[in-house]
Design a protein around this ligand. Sequence first.
Ligand code: UD1
Ligand code: CA
Length: 386
Amino acid sequence: MNEPITCVVLAAGKGTRMKSQTHKVLHKVGGRSLLDHVLAGVEPLNPEQTIIVVGSGREQIEGAIKGRQGIKTALQEPQNGTGHAVQCAQAALEISAGVTLILYGDVPFVPTDISRALVEKAGVNAGPVVLGFEAHDPGSYGRLVLDQNGALSRIVEAKDANDAELAIRLCNSGIMAVPTALLFSLLEEVKNDNSAGEYYLTDIVEIAAAREIPCTVVTALENDVMGVNSRADLASAEAAFQTKRRTDMMAKGVTLYSPETTYFQWDTEISSDVDIEPNVIFGPNVRVERDVTIRAFSHLEGCTIKKGASVGPYARLRPGADIGPGVKIGNFVEVKNAALAAGAKASHLSYIGDADVGEGANIGAGTITCNYDGYFKLLFCRLKCL
Ligand code: UD1
Ligand code: CA
């Protein structure tokens, strides 16, 4: 697709059900904020510009995106509905050609291929393309009303729907792509004469249909468009994320003895032929090379484990742990900001901090190295095998 792509991410809602000081879209799944999941999902489309519509808690979002190329915020105050939110993004646009993809900051897992399909179809049809899904429980979702030819004729909010419309299972995910100039022209006609007194983005479909502009639906799986409104939803999103990561890891040749007890982050990198025993937790920024064994109940973050090493059971690797090839880290060993060269061993009950351990060194049980005496950070330790 050669036309420029604009992404508008709606994130002005209060998210009161999270009961949190942290903005809803900055809550994390797999160690990455919901907002970053959304932005990463569309990154391969190379959007020309991305506008995040913010309201309450906007300083937090501005802080989170600071310094990122091509991403801006637009303020929506007060929050008068999804249509009004998109209108608020207009002033921040630098390009008004091409297609705009509207996303929700709290819907983190829309597959890139689906976003691409929406944008391409909107470009080809020169009309709105809405992402729909068959809801297990349609509840309060907007319903997609199709005409006899299967074209989308309007979207009705559950609050405004009659019984026949409520029986429709095809629901609105809220995500849609619309040629940019058309989008803002349609929004000018949206009114707030509905039960919520809001300007609904969804009304642009009926307005487009009245202008004889074709409106279409692309469908996704319900899981692809799962939204996060509460801590319970956050836990469901985390579970879905972990299931996917475990499946992907196994497909790449990683052995998980008990997949449901292994927790990954979005950035965990593991090579093939790595064996992971039950109850292992990966924190941020961990890289594991081939032929490594990570034994049960180990907790790893900010570390590199090189080829053929063995870690655990009950090991703790903290930021700056650099575990060399064939190294053995045994039970109840904590390593922080320390490099162990090839073949070194710390088999039992040790704290190895701020150290540089030479090739083949054997650290005896109960050894502690550290550079902090409670007041000062002291010299670096160097242990060599004689
Ligand atoms: C919206 C859709 C509904 C769809 C559902 C999917 C409309 C009118 N309805 O309903 O058809 O099934 O999403 O979840 O679009 N937001 C703002 N500013 C506002 C209002 C909302 O930025 O003034 C943002 C929220 O932060 C959120 C998203 O838009 O990310 C959706 O808002 P929400 O109030 O949850 O929409 P629903 O009423 O659930
Ligand atoms: Ca909602």
